[in-house]
Design a binder for this molecule. Structure first.
Ligand code: NAP
Length: 490
């Protein structure tokens, strides 16, 4: 990061504050009021995004003056944003995260005194480091046929390197002992496998931190069974989204789950939860997650004392147990959001009995080259083509037809697959099919390199008889195939 934050002429640190939608303003106001009570030198620049902006007709949900403010301040405290039905195609949240390349999402959870859960007494204290801009959340979706949708899972080696290094740096900054990498690399060998391989390559650079890999489904299982075994978990975007909601439930629910979206230039601090519209304006929600996010923000801008003071006051308030919100003690006994906030302010300067603020250092943000071609290869070749087609004919009809079409060309039809399973030549298996298929065409010369002219010619011949949706080159990089086999393909 070039500069973590900006100091204004009056000597204050500039923070863009986005109140957000639904319960957002109530949570953000609580956090602001508590920060102001500590006297931390913050100058707020209020900007907007989300529902109100969509309704003004701005399709991205993020107006230019918000983008400019974030680009200037580099630090954002934000309430959740909703995407109202009928407005905007993309989430304004994801847009903000992606516009400022906040590639790492830190989601800590720690058992809180005064917040009883089935896990109380077990010392849950972990942080999920979620990749934040790639994966299925890149949002690259296409309808392959009227009835078959596809979403591209984009995982880059560079993105993995950034998130893995961030996870180890977070472990060091927070004095943690181990980092677990949770992936589905056993099934998605290329995408999820890239995270696992990158993790294994980078881990030896952090010999002071124990490192291990776990398959994500077992990780979910272990998180429910024995969550105290985890310290830092690094994972891909969608896995991280799901397991971090799970981990928040281990310590009392979404009302207690803060987060930080970290990039090389900008950091955005927000709760894990959404805008919970049914509670909007009722003054009965739990603002702890946003307050916790504000505490993370204060550390990011070197206001460590104010951060510890708020953390202590918050935990002391919960520990005392007089003033807790509806989600902890139920409707009858739940304190209004504003009363809970004022109680925390009253408790500034107090320390809880059963809690020690951990020793934080500033996170050393990974320096990864900005060069787009992060991975360089020596030798490459195109071994064939996958042509994705739409057809309501049978696998045998399509297979025989495409075999005939490519006779006399440099490629042969190796197989036809439907939804990733080989269905031609028939294997005797009983596989249901849909109208989306791909034809795998391999070069007859197993050492050859398919030219674009040859590829166009093959595509044109197929297109004369079949409706095609897209084409993938089957590339090899330094001898390794850059494509996977279909289920059942030899
Ligand atoms: P949600 O807003 O997180 O709410 C789900 C449930 O979590 C609530 O019904 C409530 O549970 C509980 N909850 C959440 N925040 C709470 C708080 N501060 N205090 C107490 N309880 C809390 O999820 P959603 O209903 O799926 O999403 C609503 C909207 O938020 C959607 O438009 C979604 O796109 C958006 N969203 C935004 C963000 C973001 O801005 N980062 C993140 C997620 C979702 P009970 O019903 O059990 O009381």
């Amino acid at each position: 990061m070039t500069q973590r934050y900006v100091t204004t002429p009056s000597g204050k640190k500039l923070v863009t504050v986005i109140p957000g939608d639904g319960i957002g303003p109530e949570c953000v106001n609580a956090a602001r009021k508590i920060i102001e009570a500590t006297g931390a030198p913050i100058e707020w620049e209020e900007r907007h995004a989300g529902e109100s902006v969509f309704k003004q007709g701005i399709a991205s949900g993020v107006p230019q003056d918000t983008i400019e403010s974030v680009g200037k301040s580099r630090v954002v405290l934000k309430g959740p944003l909703g995407t109202p039905v009928g407005y905007g195609e993309k989430s304004a949240n994801v847009t903000l995260r992606k516009l400022f390349e906040t590639y790492g999402n830190l989601r800590p959870v720690r058992e809180l005194p005064g917040v009883p859960t089935p896990y109380s007494g077990r010392g849950v204290d972990l942080i999920v480091v979620r990749e934040n801009v790639e994966d299925l959340y890149a949002g690259i979706e296409h309808m392959q046929t009227p009835g078959v949708a596809q979403c591209l899972k984009v995982i880059s080696r560079k993105g993995c390197e950034k998130i893995v290094r961030l996870a180890f740096e977070v472990a060091r900054a927070e004095g943690r002992k181990s980092v677990a990498c949770a992936t589905k690399s056993n099934i998605m060998k290329m995408t999820e496998g890239t995270l696992k391989r990158t993790f294994e390559a980078v881990a030896p650079e952090y010999p002071d931190i124990e490192s291990w890999h776990i398959i994500i489904d077992n990780c979910a299982h272990q998180l429910v069974k024995k969550p105290e075994q985890f310290d830092v978990i690094v994972t891909t975007n969608m896995n991280g989204d799901i397991i971090s909601d799970l981990t928040s439930a281990l310590v009392g629910g979404l009302g207690f789950a803060p987060s930080a979206n970290i990039g090389s230039e900008v950091a955005i601090f927000e709760a894990v939860h959404g805008s919970a519209p049914k509670y909007a304006g009722k003054n009965n929600i739990n603002p702890t997650a946003v307050i916790g996010s504000a505490v993370m923000m204060l550390r990011h801008i070197d206001e460590f004392d104010a951060a510890s003071s708020i953390e202590n006051a918050l935990v002391a308030t919960l520990e005392e147990g007089k003033t807790r919100t509806r989600d902890v003690v139920g409707d009858e006994k739940g304190a209004p959001t504003t009363v809970y906030t004022d109680e925390i302010i009253k408790n500034l300067g107090r320390k809880p009995k059963a809690w020690k603020v951990r020793e934080y250092k500033q996170i050393e943000l990974p320096q990864v080259t900005r060069e787009p071609d992060f991975v360089k290869v020596g030798k490459r070749r195109v071994a064939g083509l996958d042509v994705f087609i739409e057809s309501n004919r049978t696998a045998v009809e399509i297979g025989e037809d495409i075999s005939r079409i490519v006779e006399g060309t440099p490629v042969y039809l190796k197989m036809i697959a439907s939804r990733g399973t080989k269905v031609w030549e028939p294997t005797g298996a009983i596989t249901d099919t849909v109208d989306a298929w791909y034809a795998r065409l391999m070069l007859r010369d197993a050492a050859g390199d398919l030219t674009d002219a040859q590829a166009f010619d093959v595509l044109q011949r197929i297109a004369a008889n079949h409706r095609w949706a897209h084409v993938e080159k089957l590339q090899e990089f330094d001898g390794d195939p850059g494509y996977t086999k279909a289920q059942g393909e030899d």
